[in-house]
Design a protein around this ligand. Structure first.
Ligand code: AMP
Ligand code: MG
Length: 413
């Protein structure tokens, strides 16, 4: 018997409540893996990283010029040039009073020296130099440890590793990092009518667009996919696939077969095998959505209609998956835009109209709906760059009104 249920209640579940229930029911997956730094961008750190070095590792020059002792400048006497310090080939000796060393950007500041003067501000004659500008003590010296001190924190567990983070870790000599393992998502489509793109279509057949779109979206979300293909409307085949998926994956996503048609076996099998609720979410497109657990593995049953499948994926599955990945889901990223065409709507469901937004000639964000809005109209979704989100209780909206839009980014969510 399903224990997570809402359909038995009259009315539809508001999308906000559906999201809340999903987020409450899920937690980050356990398990870590250690990766070379070059493969770690986008992953979530599993442990704090402490710097074992100072950054910079030693005092070094920020300029091409001359390293010297600041106190020597008071006399105004020329300084004797006693050597050179290059990046990677430091000067081994000591800068004693009255002497200086030619130094290049990034080269270690030699012992005894404390200040660098840019070469443009020096008159060099043979082995002797004179300074022709104001100098302050410590000029153009990058101090040892001024960026990061040895023992200081570089990154904390739970942070998603960005490209600048990679630069910081690499600069500190970190070769490998321990990150949260990638969740594996089992994915299949159900339907006797479905064919793989590239195959011939028989009468009444259609191509399986959901699985390939979802597979691409999951990969862009940096999740691993266990692709179980297209399943026929056959109870045994669906039972076997769900069993395998619950054993091998961290979550299961299917499309189709969760409404109340005669061939909707996914629903039947789930009711027998798992703790699944069939939610009627107050959203358009989308309404039927199944969520629950199959032997402890979270299950998301998306509707079969292609636009509904992607809209419910973005609106409900993505927040849930981001929690499983160890991310904080901070809510949909929305903007306000001026609606250019009126939109018809009845109160009762949150509407995710497909729209195109842009900045007009005055820099004002404007938006208009694209094409017809049916849940099978993929061309409209493909042409859109945002959802126009009309609140559940909102009625029709007039041109000129401000509306909430949710830009379709990759990955969305
Ligand atoms: P269902 O939820 O299985 O009743 O499917 C609802 C509608 O979505 C039907 O018109 C199906 O043919 C269509 N559909 C189901 N699965 C897919 C899929 N993977 N790709 C494209 N359309 C689908
Ligand atoms: Mg079907």
């Amino acid at each position: 018997m399903p224990t997570i249920d809402c359909c038995s209640q009259p009315g539809l579940m508001p999308i906000e409540s559906a999201r809340e229930k999903l987020l409450e029911a899920l937690s980050p997956i356990s398990g870590t893996e250690t990766l070379p730094l070059a493969q770690a961008a986008g992953r979530v750190l599993a442990e704090d990283v402490i710097s074992t070095v100072n950054l910079p590792p030693c005092d070094n020059s920020a300029m091409d010029g001359y390293a010297l002792r600041f106190e020597d400048l008071a006399s105004g006497l020329p300084l004797e040039l006693i050597g050179k310090s290059f990046a990677g080939a430091p000067f081994d000796g000591v800068v004693n009073p009255g002497t200086c060393v030619r130094i290049m950007t990034g080269a270690a500041v030699p012992a005894g020296a404390d200040t660098v003067v840019m070469q443009e501000n020096v008159d060099a004659q043979g082995e002797s130099i004179r300074i022709n500008c104001e100098v302050r003590a410590g000029d153009h010296v990058r101090r040892c440890g001024e960026d990061v001190a040895e023992g200081a924190s570089l990154l904390k567990a739970g942070e998603r590793i960005s490209v600048p983070h990679i630069a910081l870790l690499a600069a500190a000599g970190v070769g490998t990092v321990t990150v949260v393992r990638k969740p594996v998502i089992a994915l299949f489509s159900t339907g006797d009518e479905l064919r793989q793109p590239g195959e011939a279509l028989g009468k009444g057949d259609i191509y399986d667009s959901n699985r390939i779109a979802l597979l691409s979206a999951l990969e862009q979300l940096d999740l691993d996919v266990l692709d179980l293909g297209i399943l026929p409307d056959n109870k045994q085949a669906i039972t076997d696939a769900l069993q395998r998926a619950s054993e091998e994956a961290d979550a299961i996503i299917t499309s189709g077969g969760v409404s109340v048609g005669e061939a909707d076996y996914t629903r039947e099998v789930l009711e027998e095998l798992g703790e699944i609720g069939f939610w009627k979410v107050a959203m358009k497109p989308g309404k039927p959505f199944a969520f629950g657990f199959l032997q402890g593995t979270p299950f998301f049953g998306l509707p079969g209609n292609p636009v509904s499948a992607l809209v419910t994926f973005y609106q409900l599955a993505v927040p849930a998956l981001s929690v499983m990945k160890g991310d904080q889901w901070t809510g949909p990223q929305t903007l306000q835009a001026k609606l250019l065409k009126p939109l018809k709507k009845k109160p009762g469901r949150t509407d995710f109209q497909r729209g195109v937004y842009r900045s007009d000639e005055n820099g004002v964000l404007v938006v208009e709906p694209v094409g017809t809005q049916g849940s099978h109209i993929l061309s409209g979704l493909a042409a859109a760059n945002c959802f126009i989100v009309l609140a559940r209780e909102s009625g029709s909206v007039e041109a000129g009104e401000q509306v909430v839009i949710e830009p379709l980014r990759v990955p969305l969510g």
